[in-house]
Design a protein around this ligand. Structure first.
Ligand code: GAL
Length: 324
């Protein structure tokens, strides 16, 4: 009798955690790439914050929208309760939204913002990200503050700051709007600027370095400011600048990025990266996890049960500037 009781206890102890796990909502997570520094950190935060609350199944699309579409179809076939997707191409999110609707599944898009009319078409589709306009403005404000404090960095003394711009992926809302609004804010702050050139470096550090080296060949010391749509490209630019002799002695130049990734924070501490704008991965992760938990339980988010401001099913996590 005692033996049978022990066996039963053992069985329960073994099955307990399994049963608890099986009860967690199943969430399929599709990220556009596994090689992007910011996305890697964001997905890591989602994993951490989802622990014990969501049963996450994470896949990466390697920058291929067709592959991602197949991955999402597979998630649906696997019986997930919620879809969470960082689309490869924000314009193609329309297909993912239609697919989710067709299967009656809630869909949380993140980081790559769908067109508003696409999101509006399905009342269980949401977007979580940041406001790239505000991030651009903060970059511009950082630049203006820098030159107010360091007028001597207007190297040719012409009262105009000659700058180069490193852009992220074409068509990505963050690349387009950060570029536009950083310039607007510099002007609004009374900083006169002249864009010497802009180059697309697709969010990548290696390409940022290449493009910056090329720009230095063409413009040399005429460049007085580098604005990059993200930190990885800014860090690539810093590598090229270092190779050209900057940051060793007195020769310096302000470089401004976005994201506040770990390597960027290190570069700020070392005095190479002048500033960045935080792209708060922790809060974006918290928002998608809270939202997924609510939607999986069949609840719609409200001001009472969801602690993030939401307008038209869009959640923007606030950003802040970071310097030394
Ligand atoms: C941006 C971020 C970039 C890159 C991109 C991917 O928000 O600043 O570094 O991760 O998202 O979509």
């Amino acid at each position: 009798m005692r033996k049978r009781w022990l066996t039963l206890c053992l069985l329960l102890a073994l099955l307990g955690p399994l049963a608890a796990r099986a009860e967690l909502p199943r969430v399929g997570v599709g990220a556009y790439s596994g090689r992007d520094t910011f996305i890697t950190s964001l997905v890591g935060q989602i994993r951490e914050r989802g622990q014990g609350r969501l049963d996450l199944h994470i896949v990466y699309a390697q920058g291929d929208q067709n592959r991602q579409n197949d991955q999402v179809l597979q998630m649906i076939e696997d019986g997930v309760d919620v879809l969470m997707v960082n689309p490869v191409d924000r314009v193609s999110a329309v297909y993912l939204i239609a697919l989710a609707q067709q299967h009656g599944l809630p869909l949380i898009l993140f980081n790559r913002e769908p067109l508003r009319e696409d999101l509006a078409a399905y009342d269980r589709a949401y977007y979580v990200g940041i406001d790239p306009r505000r991030q651009g403005e903060l970059q511009g404000e950082l630049a203006a503050a820098y030159f107010r404090a360091h007028p001597e960095q207007d190297l040719n003394g012409d009262g105009i700051i000659q700058y180069v711009l490193l852009r992220g992926e074409p068509g990505h809302q963050d690349a387009e709007l950060r570029s536009l609004f950083s310039l607007r804010a510099m002007t609004a702050q009374g900083l006169r600027t002249q864009k010497l050139a802009e180059e697309t470096a697709y969010w990548e550090k290696g390409l940022g370095q290449e493009r910056m080296a090329m720009l230095l060949n063409v413009y040399g010391h005429r460049v007085e400011l580098v604005i990059a749509n993200n930190d990885d490209m800014a860090l690539g630019a810093i590598d090229a600048l270092k190779a050209a002799g900057y940051f060793a002695g007195a020769q310096t130049i302000p470089v401004i990025g976005v994201d506040a990734t770990a390597p960027a924070m290190e570069a700020i501490a070392q005095g190479a990266l002048y500033g960045t704008v935080e792209n708060d991965a922790a809060q974006q992760a918290q928002a998608v996890v809270e939202l997924a938990a609510l939607l999986a339980a069949g609840n719609a988010p409200t001001a009472d049960n969801f602690p993030f401001p939401m307008t038209d099913r869009v959640v923007y996590i606030p950003s802040r500037p970071v310097t030394q």
